[in-house]
Write a protein that binds this ligand. Structure first.
Ligand code: CP
Length: 311
């Protein structure tokens, strides 16, 4: 029976912790400093990216290779999608090639679920529209757990374009399940009323539009990318950086232990100033990328790995 990973919403604490433990064990192999088991030997993983990606795509490919599997890669551009073949038909044809798993990124919220209902192989969501980005949520949790030795009780602010962010949705589900408190911060245009309803239902989630007022109380500040491609013509407000950017001056008001995270790609000088993004004491941005490989190794192994874990 294929094991899909479509979303973090609904995954319980034990399952999240088991994935994070498995991923933590893979960090040395993800960095190329240790051998990984050949858990995916003989496995074919289709990497279907109908939206652009650098980190997620390459890290799924790296994870597949580190575990001894093979990737088949497909983009929207350069495939028969450009001739009008539907998203589902494309996936059905890839499934018919005999792959063991498909990793899917698309602009369709619920797109990975649609494929999981229709294909034989395992489906792993690599980001579906505005809905979820589950492996990003896991790598964010792994990064926080590594920095603090725990997640429960850690105070996290997620700042910026919450409305358009699948990263925020996956982080909210996973972090609160593991006991972190989450402050959602952004302008009303990017933090709509539906999130107030989420906060009203959840003790660990709260909302503010005033970033400056919460800086001294944070353990983690997770800056989101302003998603111009989903902004429906709105663009970035000229004063976005003034109110919501993690500027050099704002970073000085964070506690010394507070870490800075960003899923990438960074709009430098908009969400984060250069010197904050590059501050090796605080910034976890590149560590997150390494953890992305380890997390994807864990997810692929859990999903379609050989049970004998040969070396
Ligand atoms: N964080 C993230 O999903 O980055 P990519 O779009 O480059 O994959």
């Amino acid at each position: 029976m294929a094991r899909h990973l479509l979303k973090l919403e609904g995954l319980d604490e034990a399952h999240l912790t088991s994935l994070l433990d498995r991923a933590a064990g893979f960090i040395p192999a993800a960095r190329g400093e240790a051998e990984a088991p050949a858990s995916l030997r003989g496995r074919l993983v289709a990497q279907l990216f109908f939206e652009d990606s650098t980190r997620t795509r390459l890290s799924f490919e790296a994870a597949t290779a580190r575990l001894g599997g093979r990737s088949l890669s497909l983009s929207g551009v350069g495939s028969s999608a450009s001739k009008g073949e539907t998203f589902l038909d494309t996936a059905l044809n890839v499934d018919a090639l005999g792959v063991d798993a498909m990793v899917v990124r698309s602009s369709i919220s619920g797109g990975a679920d649609l494929l999981a209902r229709n294909v034989r192989c395992a489906v792993i969501n690599a980001g579906d529209g505005r809905r979820e980005h589950p492996t990003q949520g896991l790598l964010d949790c792994l990064t926080i757990r590594e920095a603090f030795g725990k997640i429960s009780g850690v105070k996290v602010a997620i700042v910026g374009d919450i409305a358009n962010s699948r990263v925020a949705r996956s982080a909210i589900h996973s972090l609160t399940t593991l006991g972190a408190s989450v402050r959602l911060v952004g302008p009303p245009t990017l933090l709509p009323r539906s999130f107030a309803q989420i906060a009203a239902r959840h003790d660990l989630v709260s909302i503010t539009h005033d970033l400056d007022s919460i800086l001294p109380e944070l353990d983690v500040i997770m800056m989101l990318r302003v998603q111009l491609e989903r902004a429906a013509g709105g663009g970035i407000a000229a004063d976005y950086r003034e109110h919501y950017g993690l500027t050099h001056r704002r970073a000085l008001r964070l506690p010394a232990h507070c870490i800075v995270m960003h899923p990438g790609p960074v709009n430098r000088g908009v969400e984060v100033d250069d010197d904050v993004a590059d501050d090796g004491r605080r910034s976890q941005i590149l560590r997150q990328v390494t953890h992305g490989v380890a997390v994807r190794m864990a997810v692929l192994e859990e999903s379609v790995g050989r049970t004998d874990r040969v070396r």
